[in-house]
Design a protein around this ligand. Structure first.
Ligand code: SF4
Ligand code: SF4
Length: 184
């Protein structure tokens, strides 16, 4: 019987303590916000979704090499002999077609290690942090602008050029080993 009344007493005290805490917060400035209708300003240098300004990318792979989780996938094809790919906005000559530039944001750990080594500052964090999804595939971001047909044509041209170069080297080597008749 004694325990019965003690339990009732403790329940009442606990409720009063809880209500006291609630009551005190009625007079405190609210710290919660009505997200997503209200959004906080992001802190300086906060890290969110990556973006690549592919027109300024020279395909140097520095970002991919710096990535600790290998979530940047780049593929390049050399420009042809007489092909001019122009320059980046900071004046760097473009010598490679960047035919693939994918970032898997599902693997990204937001370290920003890829951002700092970029010589053209074309890979950077955007303020976009609202890209949660049910489909992991949509977290694979594609930045290259080449169609599959264009990529195929570029690869074929590169292979032809490599073959022609190898054949020319072979002919040159054969000519070099052939002794002139006066020496025989
Ligand atoms: S932020 Fe870090 S993990 Fe993400 S792509 Fe860049 S280097 Fe890789
Ligand atoms: S470091 Fe910059 S320029 Fe080099 S491949 Fe990456 S994004 Fe392109």
């Amino acid at each position: 019987m004694k325990d019965y009344f003690r339990n009732i007493y403790q329940a009442i005290v606990t409720i009063l303590i809880g209500m006291g805490v609630t009551f005190r917060h009625l007079f405190v400035h609210a710290v919660t916000i009505q997200y997503p209708h209200v959004k906080r300003e992001l802190p300086a240098r906060s890290r969110q979704k990556l973006f690549v300004n592919i027109d300024d990318c020279i395909g140097c792979f520095q970002c991919a090499r710096a990535c600790p989780v290998d979530c940047i996938m780049i593929e390049t094809v050399k420009a042809g002999k007489d092909e001019d790919l122009g320059e980046t906005s900071n004046g760097q000559k473009k010598r490679l077609h960047v035919v693939k530039f994918d970032i898997d944001m599902a693997k990204c750990c937001y370290c920003a290690d890829c951002v700092f080594p970029c010589p053209t500052e074309c890979i950077y964090m955007t303020p976009d942090y609202e890209f949660a999804t049910y489909d992991r595939n949509s977290l694979l971001l594609h930045f290259a602008k080449y169609s599959p047909e264009q990529v195929k044509a570029l690869h074929e041209r590169q292979e032809k050029e490599a073959l022609a170069k190898a054949q020319a080297a072979k002919i040159k080597a054969a000519a070099g080993t052939k002794k002139p008749e006066s020496e025989t």
